[in-house]
Write a protein that binds this ligand. Structure first.
Ligand code: ADP
Length: 222
């Protein structure tokens, strides 16, 4: 599909505006490692706002130009181009702030699925202050492929049905996403053993982010 960025974002002079630097935790891990499961659990906690870029795209109106574009990329297991992804993300975050769902003053932002490569790390850097990177590790590819097969049935995700597409996403992760771990300052990286039951993984994540929340935010009003 030939893309006309102007028609997708014609009324949004996003990049010129001054945007606050959202205090964030970045989740990094391969498809199927459990980022979504953990993200959903974390989003229940007051003072935490979780964004999954995959969910952000799946929420788009399928009939819209951007929705159709996303479908084309996602069914092949490919990424939406970086500039479109980051602009979509900026717009999405602003909507959440306007709707008073996310308050950057009081909420720690958890990013899941974005940034996905070094170019996206750079494109996002004016907008986010990365406090910590949680590196979710599970080296057993087959365990993750099984989880994805289960998710394909439960969530009816087209991109999870085709084994070729799943393996392609895995390869992309290894080649382009995992290297962002070396790109960030090494003292910001925390390893999470994701080859464990969800409660255990959550426990590990909380032991990292609770001190971060205490250090950078006032206690949330519940
Ligand atoms: P996965 O289980 O592969 O991690 P996601 O739910 O994160 O899947 O993403 C699904 C699809 O959404 C991707 O295949 C891609 O087309 C699109 N997508 C999600 N995040 C990004 C991103 N940061 N950059 C570009 N495309 C993205």
């Amino acid at each position: 599909m030939k893309l006309d960025m102007k028609s997708l974002f014609f009324d949004e002079p996003l990049s010129e505006e001054v945007t606050p630097c959202y205090r964030s935790v970045v989740l990094v891990g391969p498809p199927g490692v459990g980022k979504g499961t953990q993200g959903k659990l974390l989003s229940k906690i007051p003072g935490i706002f979780h964004i999954s870029s995959g969910d952000m795209f799946r929420e788009l109106d399928e009939a819209s130009e951007l929705g159709q574009l996303f479908n084309e990329y996602a069914t092949r297991g490919e990424l939406v181009p970086d500039d479109i992804t980051v602009k979509t993300w900026q717009k999405y975050v602003r909507n959440k702030i306007e709707q008073k769902i996310y308050n950057p003053e009081t909420d720690l932002l958890i990013l899941d699925g974005i940034p996905r490569n070094i170019a996206q790390v750079d494109l996002l850097s004016p907008y986010i202050n990365v406090l910590i990177v949680l590196y979710m590790v599970c080296d057993d590819r087959e365990v993750m492929f099984k989880r994805i097969q289960g998710r394909a049935i439960k969530e009816k995700r087209q991109d999870d049905k085709d084994e070729y597409v799943v393996r392609y996403r895995w390869d992309y992760y290894k080649r382009f996403t995992e290297p962002i771990i070396d790109y960030y300052p090494q003292d910001a990286i925390r390893i999470i053993d994701a080859d464990a039951v969800p409660a255990d993984v959550l426990h590990q994540i909380l032991s990292v982010i609770v001190p971060i929340q205490k250090k950078h935010f006032s206690p949330p009003l519940v």
